[in-house]
Design a protein around this ligand. Structure first.
Ligand code: C2E
Ligand code: CA
Ligand code: CA
Ligand code: CA
Length: 279
């Protein structure tokens, strides 16, 4: 038993050490990656399923590491949040997206929605107001609706600064979406304080649609709740026609997921858009 415990302890400490070196190296690499422009925006279409048209897109960050290859945002975003790098990372991303949109020859529809994921630390910082202004100035006459997605997983306390920031953003015409709706622990009271435009129903609920009735009740409750809060709904993670139809039946018109299109780089998105426009 003693030998076994010693071995277990050794293995554990080795694992922890590896994990620590791995995360430390990711963290120091990230600052460098930012300088080298290794973070790339990917674009995923958001559909209005009633009109069968793409009405917007969500920007998802990809890190193309020169030697480690592709690093998932689920790994590097939490580290960027801890280290404070998330703000410069998001700023760089917004500048890049705005430049790409501004210079693209594509004819975008009126009020195309562009959604950017924003971490809680960034929203409680007045800097975000300038960042959005820069974005809107860069896209200029393109008639874009900028949407900031705030995840419910992080969103807990609504301070005076946050409320001021939100009011300033409203004035600029920036919309706010609550991401991963239904998964948070913060309760609903903050929603009424914040003047939200959209709720994104988390993909874990969409995945429940095809399960047995008892599980599906949860999906229905989340959709009903979101509907009663009188906000526009977007379903994420829609992977098949049955989920699409079920959600449409519940009047969830805005949908996003692999069933429609995967996140893609701009070159591919432009082609996608050209086909969209032609049909
Ligand atoms: P999220 O904001 O909830 O984004 C949705 C995630 O689901 C994305 O994963 C997307 O690629 C994936 N997805 C889209 N359609 C489907 C589908 O039909 N089925 C399934 N199974 N998945 C689908 P991704 O790109 O790996 O991003 C993971 C998370 O990382 C995002 O979740 C978001 O919270 C965070 N993230 C990504 N980019 C940024 C960023 O620029 N800033 C911040 N703060 N967070 C980001
Ligand atoms: Ca999101
Ligand atoms: Ca989400
Ligand atoms: Ca999610």
């Amino acid at each position: 038993v003693i030998l076994f415990s010693v071995v277990v302890c050794l293995v554990m400490s080795l694992l922890i050490r590896n994990w620590l070196t791995a995360t430390t190296s990711i963290r120091s690499n990230m600052a460098l990656a930012l300088k080298r422009n290794e973070f790339e925006p990917y674009f995923q279409p958001v559909m209005n399923v009633a009109s069968d048209r793409c009405t917007g897109m969500e920007i998802l960050t990809r890190w193309r590491h020169p030697t480690d290859g592709y690093v998932s945002p689920d790994v590097f975003i939490p580290l960027a949040e801890e280290s404070g790098l998330i703000i410069p990372l998001t700023q760089q991303l917004m500048r890049r997206v705005a430049a790409v949109i501004a210079s693209s020859p594509v004819h975008w529809p009126e009020m195309l929605h562009i959604a950017i994921n924003i971490s809680a630390v960034h929203l409680s910082n007045r800097q975000i107001v300038d960042d959005c202004q820069t974005f809107l100035q860069t896209v200029g006459d393109k008639n874009i609706r900028l949407v900031l997605e705030l995840t419910e997983r992080q969103f807990v306390d609504v301070t005076d600064t946050t409320l001021e920031v939100l009011a300033a953003l409203k004035q600029q015409g920036v919309a706010i979406a609550i991401d991963d709706f239904g998964t948070g622990y913060s309760g609903l009271s903050y929603l009424s304080k914040m003047n939200i435009d959209f709720l994104k129903i988390d993909q874990s609920f969409v995945a429940m649609i095809e399960e047995e009735t008892t599980t599906r009740i949860i999906v229905d409750v989340v959709i009903d709740l979101a509907g009663k809060l009188d906000m526009k709904l977007i379903a994420e993670g829609v992977e098949n026609a049955r989920q699409k139809a079920y959600l449409l039946d519940k009047h969830v018109l805005f949908q996003q997921g692999y069933f429609f299109a995967r996140p893609m780089p701009m070159t591919q998105f432009s082609l996608y858009w050209r086909e969209e426009h032609a049909r």
